[in-house]
Design a protein around this ligand. Structure first.
Ligand code: SF4
Ligand code: SF4
Length: 142
């Protein structure tokens, strides 16, 4: 199925095809970093990544089976996006759900999958696998 240009400006999230929906992900990898829940206030962010995250590509190594392999992997949908307040404010799903446009570095705008890394948005070179990390508390980031 052909994807019309700039579909994200003309369709709601719920109207998108699966292909369009998937293309919204900029590949930043930020949603695959562990967070530490706080009794009060927002969760603390860490630079510790899920063991399935490829730290170079910032993509999941088994995306098709992610929620099967990683129990707490959250699959983002048009139905739950509003409740996922822990997603980074750069996340395309969050931006579009809030009525905002995609930023210039988004691969759909730049036509370059590397632009998210070049703009310093992704976790490339800035995360450690949970397999190599110790206490999450030692890896809290701003
Ligand atoms: S935070 Fe959003 S844009 Fe970034 S990898 Fe996760 S789903 Fe994709
Ligand atoms: S399993 Fe989920 S949290 Fe882990 S890398 Fe894949 S998409 Fe990210």
């Amino acid at each position: 199925m052909n994807t019309p240009p700039e579909f994200w400006r003309t369709k709601t999230l719920a109207q998108m095809t699966p292909e369009e929906w998937e293309s919204l992900c900029d590949g930043c990898g930020k949603c695959c970093l562990h967070k530490i829940a706080q009794p009060q206030g927002p969760a603390l962010k860490t630079c510790v990544a899920c063991h399935l995250l490829d730290s170079k590509s910032c993509r999941c190594k088994n995306y098709a089976r992610r929620s099967e392999i990683v129990r707490n992997c959250v699959v983002i949908t048009p139905e739950n996006i509003e409740s996922l307040t822990w997603l980074p404010n750069t996340c395309a799903y969050r931006l579009l759900a809030a009525g905002d446009d995609l930023p210039a570095w988004h691969p759909l705008i730049s036509n370059d999958p590397e632009s998210v890394h070049q703009a310093g948005i992704s976790v490339r070179g800035r995360c450690i696998s949970e397999r190599n990390a110790g206490r999450l508390e030692d890896y809290v980031i701003p």
